[in-house]
Structure formats: C-alpha cells, structure tokens
Design a protein. Sequence first.
Length: 204
Amino acid sequence: MGFYGDRIVPRLVEVACGMRINNPQRQRVCAGLHGRVVEIGFGSGLNVPFYPDTVDAISAVEPADLGWKLAEKRLARATVPIERAGLDGQSLPFEDDSFDAALSTWTLCTIPDVQAALGEVRRVLVPGGTFHFVEHGLAPDDRVRTWQHRLNPIQRACAGGCNLNRPIRQLIEQAGFEIREADEFYADGPKPLAALTLGVAVAK
C-alpha cells in the first residue's frame, strides 16, 4: 500500500469515522448481531462498544497493521472474544457457512473488487444469515450525484481508494442478498460525503 496507505490512511479513517456523530448509526447497525460474526474492514475497532450481548465472537478482517494497533484499547475493553482472522475482504479465509452474521461499516466504498467481497461474505454466512451494513455511496438526488462523480477522483486519491459514488443497495442485491430493511438518508455533513444506506440483508 505504501507509506501513505499504511501509515496515514488508517489515522485519517480513525478520525473521520470515529466522530461521535457516527455513533447512532453504529448503534443501529450492530443491533441484532448474534452468534459468530465476521466484520470486514474492522479498522481500529470503532464498532467494539456497540456489539450486543447476543454476539458470541468476532472474526475481524483488517488489512492495516496500524488499524489493528490503534484498536488495542478497545480490544482490551471488549466483552466478546475478537480475533484478527483475515487481511482481505475479497478472499476470506473461512469455510462456507461459518458465520451467523456479518458486519460492514463504511467499508464497501474502498474495497477494490466490492462484488468479490460481497460474494465472499455471502459464502461464509449460513443460509438465512444476516449482513448488517452502513455505507456511504451514490446519493438519491441527481445534483448531489453530479458532484459525487466530479469529486470521486480526488476522494480516491486522498482517502485510500474510497469511492463516493458506489450504488450500495444495488451492489448488495447483485451479490445474491435479499434486502430485509434499508434506510437511505443524509447524515450531517456535506451531502456528497454523507449519503448513507443503513440496513440488513439476508443470505439466500
């Protein structure tokens, strides 16, 4: 990834995604997680305080060593077992039907082959397993979309490959999930950056 991707981007993500205004979304998306959970894009463990008591264990997929180091204090306070169990969401090191639920928060924007990653998530979930997600992506309004397309090259260069304009709901459905619920809305902040989709999908 190079120095910028290895040493700078994880700190930028820690700051940007660690703002308190994101906590209500983290609370909502983690509600209903249960059993064995795989979390792709674990980052610095910002979801750890929001895991419900129904979670038995977390397998954390995170490519950045610095992200894992930044998570140390949260890991020490965790009430469920958490193991770093993979580096690449596009190729998960787990057997088929291994997990009851999966979690992704502000991650699908950055994975280079997002369809491969979603296919892997579906593969490792048991039939009927749930995929919980909150992601920023393509906005519902044409004017905002126009700005997203214009700004996307800058965003990708500055934010470690993050894309502003991925159609999150469409990508999840194309991967073979059935959307059980999805809330599309603007969070606080500039609309090109703040068009969120939060929901739960089921592995068919």
